[in-house]
Design a protein around this ligand. Sequence first.
Ligand SMILES: *Cc1c(COP(=O)(O)O)cnc(C)c1O
Length: 409
Amino acid sequence: MAQAPKLNLPADLYGAPLGLETNMVHGGILRSQFAETSEALFLTQGYVYDSPEQAEERFKSESGGFIYSRYANPTLAMFEERMKLLEGAEGARATASGMAAVMSSLMCFLKAGDHVVAARALFGSCLYVVQDLLPRYGVTSTLVDGRDLAQWKKAMQPNTRAVFFESPSNPCLDLVDIKAVSEIAHDAGALVVVDNVFATPMYQSPLKLGADVVVYSTTKHIDGQGRCLGGVVLSSEKYIKEQLHPFYKHTGVGMSPFNAWVMLKGLETLGLRVRAQAQTALQVADALAGLKNQGVQRVIFPGRADHPQAELAKRQMSGGSTLVAFELAGGKTAAFKFLNALKIIKLSNNLGDAKSLITHPATTTHQRLKPEEKAILGISDGLVRLSVGLETPADLISDVSNAVRAAIS
Ligand SMILES: *Cc1c(COP(=O)(O)O)cnc(C)c1O
C-alpha cells in the first residue's frame, strides 16, 4: 500500500483493545473529501500528479500517494488495513484469488535449491503448487501427516525455508498444532505459512501462535455470499516490504478494486455470519452423530468432543468450524443417493457461503488423487463435506436427516 490510511478509529478504547467486530465494521476506512459513510470504490488504474517533482518523489519513496493500481489502490488499502487489524499483522497485500495469495506467499521468497515441508492434507490447488509447480523451479518438497509432530521434525533439512499447512484441513478437518510446528520450523530456520481459510479470522490467529505468514482465500467466508474471488497475505512489515511487495508489484497478482470493495462489505458481517454458521454446523453435526449406525459412519467436527484432536482444537481455536465432514455407510452409491435426495443444500465445491453447499471430495476436488493417496487422507467414497450456511437450522437438520434415510433405503 502506497499510503498509510489515516486511522479513523482509536488504537484502543480506554486502555482496552477494540473487539474484532468493531474493526470489521470500521477498520482501515480512508474517507474521501466527500466524507462518505460507506467505503468508496476507487475504480481507477492510475493517479494524477500535481507536478513532475511530485511524480519523481512518489516513485522514489513509494510513500505518500498512489502510483498505479497493479500494486496499490485506495479501496485495496482499506481492505488490507482492515485485515491487518483483524489478524494483528503489520502488513498485508490483497490478491486476485486465494491461490494467488498462496502462490505468491511462497514464490516471493523461495529460490532454486530450497526445500519446503507441507502437510499432505491440503486444498487441491495448494497441493499442486507444492508438489508440481515448485519442483519445476528447483524447490523440493516433503509432504507429512500434519497431525504428527515427529514427521514434521524428521522432514526438516538444512535447506528447508518454508513450512506450509492449513488447519483445519480440507476436507477431513484435521488440525495441525500451529505453535509446536512453528517452533520446529523456526529451529530449522524456516518460515511458517498458514492457510487459515477454514478457521476464519474469527476462530484462529496463527500469527499469535507463532506462524510468520497467514493466507486467506477471501472467496470463502470473507466475501461469504458467493460473489467474488480474492485472497490476502498477512505478515510482518519486513516480509511484506522486502519479500512479497516486489513480487506482487511486478507480477500483477493483485485484487481488483471492485472485489476489494465487495470484500470490505463482506467483512462488516463476517462476525455475525461465521458465528451463526458455526452454531448451526454444530447442531447439524450433533444431528448426524445421532444417526450413527443408521446410515452415518463417522462425523468430523472440530467443535465436538469426539474429534480426534478435540484437545488441540480447544487450545488453538476459539470456535468450531462452519464445515462438517461425515462419512455415509455404503460408499459412493450411498453418498450419491444422499446428495441426490437433498432439497435445500446445494451441490457445489465452494464453501463459506450463506448458502449451504455440499461436495463429494472423492469424485470432485480430490478426483485426481490415486486411491492410496485418498486412503491416507481419509477421503473415502462415502465421505461428504458440508459447508453450513445461514438457512434456518431446523431446515438443514431435516434436509440432511431425510437424505440419510433416503441413502440407506
Ligand atoms: C478455496 C481455497 C483456496 C483457494 O482459493 P481461491 O480463492 O479459490 O483461489 C486455498 N485454500 C483453501 C483452504 C481454500 O478453501
